[in-house]
Design a protein around this ligand. Structure first.
Ligand code: CS2
Length: 489
């Protein structure tokens, strides 16, 4: 294996490769980030790298709550990693905005210092939907195993809400002041849900801290967007061949990026705004459009494409029938229930999403998008189903997508393929009981109360559309291209 990417080996890289254009030794920490996964490195860390060229106060300390792999890679590389932008014209850039990396379980003191130091004025999170430990109604799940632990050990937490509560307690005691805390995950109303989770947790053990957080800490909503496929071994090998050194933390993404943040008078937000983030009062409008159009269609494409034997997003979009169905899902069943934020042209946005999905330069695996689907399904599609049912709009294609998710579970259970999902055991057990009878099988899944609300599970129009969709999904598995039977709406 080649030498590693390090501050010392930067000088050996091919001249065309962009690299930090500032003195990294002068950078101070201004941001603590929880969840240094591919999306953070490909998106926020790159935007902060731009900021550091003119303002050295905003270096990032990253904190991993679980996996050590990224942590160890970043530490071995002095925080450096490669970002490969994949579009018709590609770009290779080494990012230097990450200063230090902490494992919360391995180095709790380093973690709490990074979160509670007075120089840390912004805390951001990309921990995926499941990281917030929320119940289906969006409130903190006090029965969640990590929350139960954190209630018993508030000074030695495991969960993201637990670490935030512990850090805020230390900041309150030390006079370090209140940071801005920014959720950057695909969660509707993410800032409010995170705030309520942290305040609810704090209130269980320290009502005074809960009141301080409520009064002093800003949790703006935000919406982030950039398609970022996971880095696999083949990608890391390609980066090594290009750089001439090994980078175990390299990431790839499309050219498109967007960061929309709820406007507030706080320095960290002004700094992000100057670097290209959009500050607006209507984040929710932008977030809902992105969550329901892009993410909803992404998940529908993943579940349906996997049933048909496709492996990647671009490959699924090259299937004329599936591309047409995906476009019809967006334009006929998702767009009609959405309001256009800040004058956004929704039809044009839909066209841009379909074009981004078809980017041949990106290998975005459907199986990756299918991870944690039990957490994604409610926020990406079921909200649209409920809104359409209430308004008397169609739910046929939405229901077929939900049914395709069910069939994915059934296939995995029968094939003994492991599911990447917090509800894996429960889902597998449900899948094993299925018999391919549409009404009986869909009823089994509708009984999953952590995924489907009772109201939705009992809705006759949805149940009927779901059964027809389940029948269609089985036909798709067998190579057919069923014509959609529209419900009466
Ligand atoms: C994808 C998202 O993996 C998934 O669930 O739908 O990661 C998607 O690529 C991003 O939200 C795009 O901004």
């Amino acid at each position: 294996m080649s030498a590693r990417l390090t501050p010392e080996s930067l000088i050996t890289l091919p001249a065309y490769i962009a690299r930090p254009a500032y003195d990294r030794t002068r950078i101070q920490t201004g941001i603590a980030h929880i969840g240094p996964g591919a999306f953070h490195r490909a998106h926020q860390a790159q935007l902060i790298d731009d900021i550091l060229e003119t303002d050295p106060r905003w270096g990032i300390d990253v904190i991993a709550l679980r996996s050590r792999e990224t942590l160890d890679a970043l530490r071995a590389q002095g925080g450096l990693f490669t970002l490969k932008r994949l579009q018709t014209e590609t770009q290779t850039r080494v990012i230097g905005s990450i200063r230090r990396a902490f494992g919360s379980q391995q180095d709790p003191e380093g973690t709490i210092m990074a979160l509670s130091g007075p120089q840390t004025r912004l805390i951001t999170l990309t921990i995926t939907e499941k990281g917030y430990c929320l119940a289906p109604d969006g409130a903190l799940d006090l029965s969640h195993h990590d929350i139960i632990h954190d209630l018993a050990h508030p000074a030695a937490p495991r969960s993201a809400p637990g670490w935030l509560a512990a850090a805020l307690a230390r900041r309150k005691a030390s006079g370090a002041g209140a940071p801005v805390i920014l959720s950057c995950d695909n969660l509707e109303d993410n800032g409010r849900k995170l705030a309520q989770a942290v305040i609810t947790l704090a209130r269980q053990t320290d009502p005074g801290l809960a009141g301080w957080i409520e009064a002093r800490v800003l949790f703006p909503r935000s919406m982030v967007d950039s398609i970022t496929p996971a880095s696999d071994a083949a990608f890391l090998d390609r980066i090594e061949a290009e750089l001439g050194v090994r980078d175990e933390a390299a990431v790839q993404r499309e050219a498109f990026t967007s960061w929309v943040i709820e406007a507030a008078d706080a320095e960290p937000l002004h700094v992000l705004g100057r670097a290209g983030a959009v500050l607006t009062s209507d984040v929710e409008g932008h977030a809902l459009v992105k969550l329901r159009v892009l993410n909803g269609a992404h998940s529908a494409l993943a579940w349906t494409g996997l049933a048909m034997g496709h492996a990647s997003v671009a490959g699924a979009m090259a299937d004329e029938w599936l591309r047409g169905e995906t476009e019809a899902l967006i334009r006929r069943e998702i767009l009609p229930g959405l309001a256009a934020p800040d004058g956004l042209d929704l039809e044009a946005y839909a066209s841009s999403v379909l074009a981004r999905f078809s980017n041949p330069a990106i290998i975005h695996l459907l199986s990756q998008i299918a991870w944690d689907s039990s957490q994604k399904l409610p926020v990406r599609l079921l909200g649209t189903v409920e809104a359409n049912l209430a308004a008397g709009r169609r739910v046929d294609r939405l229901s077929r997508a939900v049914a395709a998710w069910m069939r994915m579970i059934v296939r995995a259970a029968r094939n003994k393929t492991a599911l990447t999902d917090p509800l894996a055991d429960q889902l597998t057990a449900t899948g094993l009981r299925c018999t391919d009878d549409p009404e009986a099988d869909t009823a089994r899944f509708l009984a999953l109360q952590s995924v489907f609300s009772a109201r939705l599970a009992q809705h006759p129009v949805f149940r009927a559309a779901l059964s027809r969709g389940y029948r269609d999904a089985i036909a798709l598995e067998r190579g057919a291209r069923p014509a959609l039977e529209l419900n009466g709406a």
